[in-house]
Design a protein around this ligand. Structure first.
Ligand SMILES: *[C@@H]1O[C@H](CO)[C@@H](O)[C@H](O)[C@H]1NC(C)=O
Ligand SMILES: *[C@@H]1O[C@H](CO)[C@@H](O)[C@H](O)[C@H]1NC(C)=O
Ligand SMILES: *[C@@H]1O[C@H](CO)[C@@H](O)[C@H](O)[C@H]1NC(C)=O
Ligand SMILES: *[C@@H]1O[C@H](CO)[C@@H](O)[C@H](O)[C@H]1NC(C)=O
Length: 325
């Protein structure tokens, strides 16, 4: 109620009320679009957060940036709420150790997009409110490597990784690493399909059935930390690769274009989100990665984003890996 009093007083002598009213109009249509409902108290709190996010988006889009921001399903959340709900809460063991992938040293194409090379990439999935991005990065990569090498694209189970991969330093909805998840699938001798072990977005008991194993890993290739050229080589000559990077507040409302940030770090201990590089290219002289995210098909560019390539943006070259099938 206090909020209304403030608005009334402002309305008497300034144009601030008008702005708030417009924001409220936007908020209501955004709520309808995203099927949101709140109780009274929550409504005013979310309206305030929404206006702040909208202000930030408008300011960003008036500037000269290589990417734009837009309202999306996260626009009623502060970044700390977002972080809590979707990102790793503590650093994973994404160490700067020497990998076992050695590039081809051959000439590489200027661009590649595995989405266009054949039926190799499953539709964008949605992790929901669970820090399980690492399972989506893992399935996305294993799905494509299996499709490229065995000729069949089958959606694989994230929930099996959430429920069963703890022995390899993975922590379900609290985080994990694709490299460690590939190790799990290798030693477990199999990963079930999405259909047989569907996604629940919560930690549960392991219900793996060996008889239903559908995808397998023979070996895990880790790309040395900060060897971004090694990643380019792997994507050009083999398949998409899993990577992790640091999501900061300017990424939450990403809409399209090549993402770059001065807010994120380039170290291994700050990465908090795992995704899948499905290709790379260059736009107006800026090299970029094409990356599949797990925040649903309505986020970003149909669920994908572009991020600057070549200078370890947000630590993206800190811990990338892919499986051999
Ligand atoms: C926008 O930024 C680009 C790249 O930094 C620069 O080349 C260009 O001149 C800028 N344009 C304006 C209008 O500032
Ligand atoms: C990192 O590795 C150590 C040693 O294997 C382990 O005890 C620790 O739990 C790991 N941390 C995470 C976040 O997985
Ligand atoms: C690859 O990384 C995983 C987990 O980070 C590790 O357990 C494994 O030993 C590494 N493999 C090689 C060959 O270095
Ligand atoms: C990280 O950023 C610093 C400062 O911009 C730079 O000097 C350093 O080379 C970068 N390190 C890596 C591994 O990219």
């Amino acid at each position: 109620m206090r909020f209304w009093l403030v608005l009334c007083c402002l309305a008497a002598g300034s144009s601030s009320f008008y702005v708030a009213e417009q924001d409220e109009f936007h908020f209501k249509s955004w709520m309808a679009q995203h099927n949101k409902a709140y109780n009274m108290k929550e409504y005013y709190l979310r309206l305030q957060v929404f206006s702040q996010n909208k202000k930030r988006i408008d300011k960003h889009n008036q500037g000269n940036h290589s990417f734009t921001m837009a309202l999306n399903q996260f626009s009623d959340m502060t970044f700390s709420e977002f972080k809590e709900a979707f990102l790793w809460s503590e650093p994973q063991n994404c160490s700067a150790t020497k990998g076992n992938y050695y590039g081809s040293n051959g000439p590489l194409p200027d661009s590649i997009d595995w989405r266009k090379k054949g039926n190799y990439i499953t539709p964008v999935k949605n992790q929901g409110r669970c820090g399980s991005c690492w399972t989506f990065s893992t399935t996305g990569c294993l799905e494509s490597v299996t499709a490229i090498n065995k000729g069949k694209l089958v959606p694989l189970s994230e929930q099996q990784l959430v429920d069963c991969a703890q022995d390899f330093n993975n922590h379900g909805c609290n985080g994990g690493l694709p490299s460690q998840a590939f190790e799990y699938v290798m030693y477990n001798k199999g990963l079930m399909t999405e259909q047989d072990y569907p996604y629940k977005a919560v930690d549960g008991a392991c219900k793996y059935k060996p008889s239903l194993a559908a995808a397998f890993v023979k070996n895990v290739m880790n790309i040395s930390a900060y060897d971004e050229m090694g990643m380019v080589d792997a994507v050009a000559t083999h398949n998409p690769v899993s990577l992790a990077f640091e999501v900061t507040s300017d990424f939450m409302q990403y809409s399209q274009g090549v993402y770059t940030s001065t807010a994120c770090h380039n170290t291994t201990d700050k990465v908090n989100h795992a995704v899948l590089a499905v290709g790379y290219g260059e736009e107006n002289g800026t090299p970029y990665w094409i990356v599949k995210n797990s925040w649903g098909p309505n986020w970003g560019m149909d669920g994908y984003f572009l991020i600057e390539r070549g200078r370890n943006m947000c630590g993206l070259a800190a811990c990338s890996a892919f499986p051999v099938v």
